[in-house]
Structure formats: structure tokens, C-alpha cells
Design a protein around this ligand. Sequence first.
Ligand SMILES: C[S@@+](CC[C@H](N)C(=O)[O-])C[C@H]1O[C@@H](n2cnc3c(N)ncnc32)[C@H](O)[C@@H]1O
Length: 202
Amino acid sequence: MKLNAFERAAMNNPVRAAHQHHREAAWFRRLSGGGLSGQQVLEVGCGRGVGAEVILDRLGAAWVAAFDLDESMVELAQRRLHGRPVQLSVGDVCEIAQPTASVDAVVDFGIIHHVPDWQQAVAEIARVLRPGGLVLFEEVPREMLDTWAFRTFTVHPHENRFQPGDFADELARNGLHGSGEIERHLGGMVFVGAVRKTEPAP
Ligand SMILES: C[S@@+](CC[C@H](N)C(=O)[O-])C[C@H]1O[C@@H](n2cnc3c(N)ncnc32)[C@H](O)[C@@H]1O
């Protein structure tokens, strides 16, 4: 589901970019045990491309493939990331173009709560990740989407939303397991975590 004008303005501004570059990058660096040095990373729902910058410049990835459902966001990302080692496309997280087991890590900066069939998004992320690969996620819980402010100013699917525990259970059903607790930040507005895809038994 694409953003409405209000949420687009809330996402596409210098304050949010600074927050991603500093605070969110620090959460992901810690949760990943030091970053994604030299890795081939997929960013789902890249918006205007700040996340891809963070993945390259703060987490140390070598290369990023990034896509978004909204063509106009991909155009903004193309302008921002010109000349960087990033492959951009329009795409749907429920039908990811990447081959199975082809990326070292997947990063989700707050998009899966926008997806009506979010369980399919999780299954697709698990499919494209190589065994042993890492998923870093930042998501918005159901209780926040149910608040007056979110219901009034933003547009999200109302049915079939998730709390952190539901999200962790769905990740685990797809072979993605966390070593630490899911953390809540920004007064409970978001939760973040890291999970790894199970390696096949030797
Ligand atoms: C809250 S914004 C976050 C954007 C960006 N990750 C950021 O942190 O600034 C959610 C983004 O997810 C995208 N999106 C929504 N549904 C999607 C889907 N099914 N597949 C890919 N992207 C999607 C929207 O177009 C929007 O750019």
C-alpha cells in the first residue's frame, strides 16, 4: 500500500533522514554485531533511498539492491543514489525479483506493516536470503496503528496487523530466528530486531 501525502511528508524530510543515519543505524549496527561489512544486501520498500545510504555508509555493505512499490519513490531514490553501488527497481515485497538464497542480508526500514498479506512478505524475504543470512527489521506494531493519530493521518491496512510477538512467530515459521529480544523504541511506536536464517544441518 502506497503512502498518503501526510506520511510521505513524515518520511521524506531531513529530520527523518538524520534519525535513520544516526539512531536507526546505531540500532542496526548493534543488532547485527557490528554491521554488514562487504555484504550483498536487499532493502525492501526503499522509499526515497536514505536506507540504502545507511546500509552502505553506516553498516558497510558492498552493494545494495533496493525496490519500492511506488514508482515516484524509486525516482527520488535514483536521484539520491546516482553513482552509488545500488540497483533500484519498482517491485512488490510479496513477489521479490531476486533468486532464492541470493542475498547475504535483508533490511526492512518500516514497510511490512503497510503490506496487506504481510505473512507472504516474510515468506519472500526468507526465500531470497541465503542460509546463515541476516534480516534487520524496524516495524510498527498493531497497537500503534490503532491509535487515533495513525488512523486519522495515515493509511494502512486495518485487518491482519501484528504485534512484535506475532511478527517474531511468523519469522520463526519461515526459519528466521533471533538471538536477542525484540526492542521497542520511540515510546513504543516502533520495534526493531535481527534474525538469522537457519543453516542446513551438516
Ligand atoms: C513508511 S515508508 C518507509 C520508506 C523507507 N523505508 C524509509 O524508511 O524512509 C513505507 C514504504 O513501503 C513502500 N511499500 C508499501 N508496500 C510495499 C510493497 N508491497 N512492496 C514494496 N514496497 C512497499 C511504500 O511505497 C513506502 O515507500
